[in-house]
Write a protein that binds this ligand. Structure first.
Ligand SMILES: [Zn+2]
Length: 416
């Protein structure tokens, strides 16, 4: 009997030790992040466990009052052609697993925690090849789920100068479903958005088929009239790609592609808010018409972002220019060649030109894109969501990222 009691005591002791150790590991797995809530500027404590937000608690003041950083969900950019010397669209030389990781890490530094690598008009073989490389790379653990899918912009767009933008004419074509499916399969069925021109032959049928696969159809680089545009929306088109750009310089004042897109209440818009692509009054009008629920801030950022100003030769031989102010031009056609600013700049810029709140700007840079692609695990700062969190200052409409967490992991800290 005495022996049994002794054993029992020993057993209880071991049990307590195990419980104690279990608790220690539990505590260490929890992360507390403090900041000023982006929606109202009041201090909050966000508990993170296993990569997700566990709890958000209002507190009287921040533990470190000198560290007055705003906390918000990470930004989501649906149009990233490349970044920091890595291109998703042109050539394959720098599109490697390491290249994708480099671009992702550099975007994290800008507060972009989710993005869609965007492949623009190019040869079919090259698009298939690049989709394959991307598909094989995006599930890498160290990307922390930052790339949920891809955006194909073109090649089924309007071939006319101006509408085509900087997309190479020789590869612009009418839709071909078999070819598209080849790209879709190469992408691991991860093409989540296709940008097309609704007025081109066969495109309406193409939209319907994409909608059946759950792919978001965007209209862009097009000259669609009202009927074609409304039909595209009926068939499943959901958003305009960079409204106000990918459009000819000279258009009819009545019959042009802008009015139907603004008039259709079922169509969202994405706009490039880098300070170069649209005039302040254009952004104001677009925002006044669509509002924060139907607007997405996008970047159209290219591999030339974060490089030194100067002239560069593209893989297809065109000369482009990155000005010291950060404008990326294609002088041969006097059009812009995508952007050099991540959406981080757009968040401040849209507040400046429209007078919208930070809360609205975050909705347009984080929540709306996540909702559009049905990604329910991100885009909002609330319990149960991925702990994709950014801490930043906002001075004179400039968002400056101080810390970025992706899936609860600190991936960028300005002080280190
Ligand atoms: Zn474009």
């Amino acid at each position: 009997m005495a022996k049994f009691k002794l054993r029992l005591n020993k057993g209880i002791k071991i049990l307590f030790i195990l419980l104690f150790l279990f608790n220690i590991s539990e505590i260490s797995a929890q992360l507390i992040i403090e900041g000023l809530h982006f929606a109202d500027g009041k201090p909050v404590q966000v508990s993170v466990r296993d990569g997700k937000i566990e709890k958000i608690k209002r507190i009287k003041k921040l533990s470190d009052e000198n560290n007055n950083l705003i906390i918000a969900p990470g930004f989501f950019d649906n149009q990233v052609n490349g970044f920091a010397g890595v291109s998703f669209s042109f050539g394959t030389s720098n599109l490697t697993k390491e290249g994708i990781q480099k671009a992702t890490r550099e975007l994290w530094k800008k507060g972009v925690t989710t993005y869609l690598p965007t492949l623009t008009t190019n040869s079919h073989d090259l698009l298939v090849e690049n989709f394959k490389i991307l598909a094989e790379s995006v599930d890498a653990k160290n990307l922390l789920g930052s790339i949920p899918g891809f955006h194909l912009e073109g090649p089924y767009i309007n071939p006319e100068d101006g509408y085509r933008g900087a997309h190479p004419k020789q590869f612009v074509k009418l839709p071909n479903w078999d070819e598209f499916i080849e790209m879709y399969k190469a992408s691991g069925e991860k093409i989540v958005q296709v940008t097309i021109a609704p007025e081109m032959e066969g495109v309406q049928k193409f939209i319907k088929k994409c909608a059946e696969l759950g792919i978001v159809i965007a209209v862009g680089h097009h000259n669609a009239g009202k009927e074609q545009l409304d039909l595209a929306v009926q068939n499943g088109a959901k958003i305009s790609t960079h409204l106000g750009n990918g459009c000819a310089n000279m258009i009819n004042r009545h019959r042009n592609p802008l009015w139907p897109q603004l008039a259709n209440n079922d169509l969202m818009i994405s706009i490039i808010c880098d300070g170069f692509h649209l005039l302040p009054e254009e952004i104001q009008v677009f925002y006044n018409v669509k509002g924060p629920d139907k607007t997405i801030i996008t970047s159209d950022v290219t591999s030339y972002a974060a490089l030194e100003p100067g002239e560069y030769k593209t893989q297809t031989g065109e000369t482009i220019e990155l000005t010291p102010e950060g404008m990326l031009r294609y002088p041969a056609q006097n059009v812009l060649y995508g952007s050099a600013s991540p959406i981080t700049k757009g968040v401040g810029h849209i507040m400046k030109v429209t007078g919208c709140s930070l809360s609205d700007a975050v909705q347009m840079a984080s929540t709306n894109p996540a909702n559009l692609y049905g990604l329910k695990d991100r885009g909002i700062m609330e319990p149960g969501k991925r702990a994709d969190l950014i801490l930043f200052t906002l001075e004179d409409f400039n968002v400056k990222i101080a810390k970025t967490y992706v899936k609860g992991e600190l991936v960028y800290d300005i002080s280190k």
